[in-house]
Design a binder for this molecule. Structure first.
Ligand SMILES: [Zn+2]
Ligand SMILES: [Zn+2]
Length: 358
């Protein structure tokens, strides 16, 4: 290469660099004009991983595709969703917000348990994939319906747009069907209903603690059924009053908090209540978060287990599903009891006739 060639090459490189800079500025101007964030400069995770394996040349499309599939499959992971949902602090739940913890978690956001300095009500969320943060404000009581709806709309878009440009969550969210009522069979429902009630009773007996006073909206017909099941336990634990309380709690999906701490928890909406901390009646239904499948028919996506029911195509909440399971079991128990009674009557009649004949 001659000296003139070298100068020519250097000038060409300078020109190309200058043009590239101009083009970059132009792109930046266009992006800011249409409200797009600056281009994400960090490397995408799959490239970082592949850098160490392939020290030269670009990664093959096949490997990139496989790597992206790993990322994509995590979007609909129930386990990951529940991990994100469990990160939401009491502070987040304490006040009304334009988006729910479930809505944010479905979009890949976790709570950092931090607030902004100026607004202690504003929660800071983060994305583990791209590292971005979003800020979720509290809705003030005096805000009008129109303003609230406008803010909600912005946040719904922000749950996508808050992620960096190459983040997988920018264009996708966890499927709604991933978060639903998990029980399917009547057997599993009954086992849970009786098992959880017994666990709550055992912990209260062990720690000599009373069951709490409850608020609930169960009708008398359901209460009769609950009491029927509770009576079986009452015989074993005469020292504990109102054991049906434990069955009502269990009907609403509550499980024992801890063997040494009488109380309840719901792993579906990440709510925990120790009985000794309650200073007012515990609301068995409203104790859950509003999106919990035990109280929300939409998220539960459950249908009555009563095969003959006319409303079997209608979505019901988890606690309504449990009530239906209880009704089915109650009918079976009552029928079998009646049958055994009539069998006993028939037997008595036979014996009486035999005695008369002797
Ligand atoms: Zn992200
Ligand atoms: Zn719940």
């Amino acid at each position: 290469m001659t000296e003139s060639d070298s100068i020519q090459l250097s000038t060409d490189t300078d020109d190309v660099r200058k043009e590239a800079e101009e083009l970059k500025d132009l792109i930046q101007q266009v992006r800011s004009r249409i409200d797009l964030p600056p281009i994400f400069k960090a490397k995408k995770r799959c490239f970082e991983q592949l850098d160490g394996i392939y020290d030269s040349s670009l990664p093959s499309k096949k490997i990139l595709l496989e790597d992206n599939n790993v990322e994509l499959s995590k979007i609909d992971s129930r386990e990951d969703l529940m991990t994100r949902l469990s990160s939401y602090s009491t502070n987040f739940h304490l006040t009304q917000r334009p988006v729910t913890a479930l809505g944010c978690a479905k979009h890949g956001w976790k709570d950092t348990d931090k607030t902004t300095e100026k607004e202690p009500d504003t929660c800071v969320l983060c994305c583990d994939t791209c590292g971005n943060n979003i800020f979720v404000i509290a809705i003030k009581h005096k805000a009008s319906e129109k303003v609230i709806n406008e803010v909600k709309k912005r946040y719904e878009a922000g749950l996508y747009n808050g992620h960096k440009e190459l983040c997988q969550w920018r264009t996708q969210k966890c499927d709604d069907g991933v978060y639903c009522f998990p029980l399917v069979t009547i057997e599993s429902g009954l086992e849970k209903f009786k098992g959880d009630a017994n666990n709550i009773i055992s912990a209260c007996v062990k720690k000599q603690q009373a069951l709490p006073t409850l608020c609930h909206e169960l009708d008398d017909r359901t209460l009769i059924k609950v009491k029927y099941f509770a009576e079986q336990t009452q015989k074993e634990h005469v020292e504990l009053d109102n054991v049906e309380t434990a069955y009502i709690l269990s009907l609403f999906g509550w499980e024992l908090l801890h063997a040494d701490i009488p109380g309840v928890k719901c792993d579906l909406c990440c709510t925990r209540k120790a009985f000794y901390l309650l200073n007012e009646p515990f609301d068995a239904s409203r104790g859950h978060k509003s999106y919990c499948p035990y109280v929300n028919a939409e998220t539960a996506n459950a249908y009555t287990p009563k095969g003959f029911s006319l409303s079997r195509t209608q979505k019901i909440s988890g606690s309504d599903w449990m009530k239906d399971v209880l009704s089915l079991e109650y009918v079976i128990l009552i029928k079998s009891r009646d049958l055994s009674l009539s069998y006993d009557d028939a037997l008595d009649e036979k014996i009486r006739k035999l005695q008369n004949n002797i």
